[in-house]
Ligand binder design. Structure first.
Ligand code: GDP
Ligand code: MG
Length: 312
């Protein structure tokens, strides 16, 4: 499957929500009524894009199409243009799709360190495996640091991925200080001249002050070991939680400086509009989206392509 096809497949549930019986909603040959606009607005809201964004789209539809005979293509053109507008703006929102690594800041000197954080179960470890795969495919050597020392199973999970990906992993027994694992991962990368270290962490709620402190400590230890690192602090959000992700993103950003988001499980939800909500409410770019459980199911996020896939 090509890039657009995978994204299209991943967005299936969001597409279903938006477009089911849409012919009945926007009947050609009839004038577009306020009632129909209201119904479409409700669908936009259901994708979790947020009231402000849904409002902006409805306003534009009102301005251009209300009372006129329905021209479905023209209506979609309006929605698409608005969505693209809503998704753009802010820095670093458009990457070169043919160079997926352009979405990552890998710094000037080796190794670059990517710290990955997020709530429990959102898809951190899986996203790390996908990222490592992407890096390897683009010629970068990777060391994984199994910083989720909270559960033995978490270390096993990452170890399994490291074997499949044939990349180095640094682990410590369950219960070890995650900062020391991050430290060891950086040391190993320096020793063997690896390009990138990806540090996994245990899940934590933004309300767990002690765990947020722990994350700060991991960050600090990495900086001390590798000057300028971590170059990326990626916060993983679970798209199925919709707007809740926005709250998580805001709280995490207060504890550690996040550089970007990975929105996992986009394939499992009709709440794909959350991408818009995130763009609207904070200046933190969505860098990657997860569209499945397999190693290749990670896409560099691109606003233009996202909207095209939604309507394709
Ligand atoms: N459908 C789907 N499932 C995903 C995706 N990313 C992760 N998962 C699944 O979500 C579950 C939790 O993932 P995991 O990486 O262990 O989460 P963590 O606790 O944050 O490390 C696993 O069953 C993954 O296979 C995705 O993009 N799509
Ligand atoms: Mg994990």
């Amino acid at each position: 499957m090509g890039l657009l096809d995978r994204l299209k497949a991943g967005l299936k549930r969001t597409k279903d929500l938006l477009f089911t019986d849409v012919r009945d909603l926007f009947k050609s040959g009839e004038p577009l009524t306020e009632e129909r606009l209201e119904q479409f607005f409700a669908r936009l809201i259901a994708t979790d894009m947020g009231v402000a964004a849904a409002n902006a789209i409805r306003e534009e539809l009102r301005k251009e199409h209300l009372g006129r005979l329905v021209d479905v293509d023209a209506i979609w053109a309006t929605v698409k243009a608005q969505l693209k507008l809503l998704l753009k703006g802010g820095e670093g929102t458009s990457w070169n799709q043919t160079e997926p690594l352009s979405a990552l800041n890998l710094g000037e000197s080796k190794p670059a360190v990517i710290l990955v954080a997020g709530v429990n179960g959102v898809g951190k470890t899986t996203s790390i495996a996908k990222l490592a795969n992407l890096l390897k495919k683009n010629g970068k050597s990777v060391v994984l640091a199994a910083g989720d020392t909270f559960r033995a199973a978490a270390v096993e999970q990452l170890t399994l991925w490291s074997k499949r990906l044939d990349c180095e992993i640094v682990t410590k027994p369950a219960g070890s200080d995650p900062a020391s694992v991050a430290h060891a991962g950086c040391s190993r990368a320096l020793e063997i001249g690896a390009d990138v270290v990806i540090v996994d962490t245990a899940g934590r709620l933004q309300t767990q002050a002690n765990l947020m402190k722990e994350l700060e400590k991991i960050h600090r230890v990495i900086s001390a070991r590798v000057p300028g690192a971590p170059q990326e602090v990626l916060l993983v959000l679970d798209a199925t939680t919709g707007q809740n992700g926005v709250i998580q993103a805001k709280s995490f950003s207060q504890a550690v400086h996040c550089t970007g988001l990975v929105l996992a499980k986009l394939d499992g939800t009709a709440k794909g509009g959350v991408v818009v909500a995130i763009r609207q409410s904070m200046n933190l770019p969505v860098k990657f989206v997860g569209v499945g459980e397999q190693i290749d199911d990670l896409e560099v996020f691109d606003a233009e392509q996202f909207v095209e896939a939604l309507f394709a």
